[in-house]
Design a protein around this ligand. Structure first.
Ligand SMILES: Nc1ncnc2c1ncn2[C@@H]1O[C@H](COP(=O)(O)OP(=O)(O)OP(=O)(O)O)[C@@H](O)[C@H]1O
Ligand SMILES: [Mg+2]
Length: 240
């Protein structure tokens, strides 16, 4: 197997109380297509930010291939400090400049470089942020809710671009169809831990339900063992 472009292991983070991430792990290989899923508030965005190097964990072993470039799409892109979309996109370009045709990207994704950043709609903001990501032609794309505020034709255009991309991609999305069409690996973040299958999101629910049913059975067995121990304590007889 080709070496990973980015690896995070032994990841732990707490915002005070119980750990949000507790021994979480994310390995991104070349051309990966990873759906990162989990309940609202389970820590998906935080994990993606840590992967992108935008946020420090309490503890983590993070390794990034020194030759790999990363582009991160935040759940809420920040345009402050930029007058126009064009300026915002240019600030994200690598020093060598855009490797893809910028004009084509603007047209395909439906963004206007002249538009002022001050009063963008959700859709305009998202499309501008996506132009910035694709224009930098990164090796790794970390995308937090890329389809938010997009209409269906824009989602389809985005899906085609991502399918054709050479980049390794990690996706967080509430759009099931989008995840199903693009992912080949699923990482499930649940109660601070990550679990992974080398199958797309389409397999996720049955896999998750199996894991939860196993847990229930273990819990039940444990409950019976505890009850037996209590019997023993109470009556001095072994119930085992
Ligand atoms: N900087 C921070 N300080 C304190 N708490 C934070 C911070 N960032 C995130 N949290 C908390 O951590 C939890 C996980 O947040 P995160 O945004 O990573 O979840 P998520 O899985 O992306 O959720 P959603 O599906 O709603 O986008 C939330 O309870 C959030 O309030
Ligand atoms: Mg989030």
């Amino acid at each position: 197997m080709a070496p990973a472009l980015l690896t995070i292991e032994n990841l732990r983070l707490s915002f005070g109380g119980e750990a949000l991430l507790d021994d979480a792990r994310l390995v991104i290989g070349p051309r990966a297509r990873i759906a990162l899923v989990g309940r609202n508030g389970s820590g998906k965005s935080t994990l993606l930010k840590i992967a992108g190097g935008l946020f420090e964990a309490d503890r983590a072993n993070r390794f990034v291939d020194p030759s790999a470039t990363i582009a991160y799409l935040p759940q809420e892109p920040d345009f402050s400090g930029f007058e126009t979309i064009g300026a915002y996109v240019e600030a994200g370009l690598p020093p060598t400049g855009a490797t893809t045709q910028l004009a084509r990207l603007y047209a395909d994704l439906g963004a206007d470089p002249e538009a002022k950043c001050g009063n963008l709609s959700g859709g305009e903001a998202r499309r501008a942020a996506l132009v910035r990501i694709f224009a930098s032609d990164p090796d790794i794309m970390l995308l937090d809710e890329p389809t938010n505020h997009l209409d269906l034709p824009a989602i389809v255009a985005l899906e085609e671009r991502l399918s054709a991309s050479r980049a390794a991609i990690v996706l967080i999305s509430h759009d099931r169809r989008f995840l199903q069409n693009l992912s080949r690996t699923t990482v499930w973040l649940d109660r601070g831990k990550t679990r992974r299958i080398e199958r797309g999101f389409i397999e996720f629910e049955s896999w998750r339900d199996e894991i939860l049913a196993d847990e229930d059975r273990e819990q039940h067995k444990l409950g019976r063992r505890i009850a037996a121990e209590e019997d023993w304590l109470r009556y001095g007889v072994t119930a085992r």
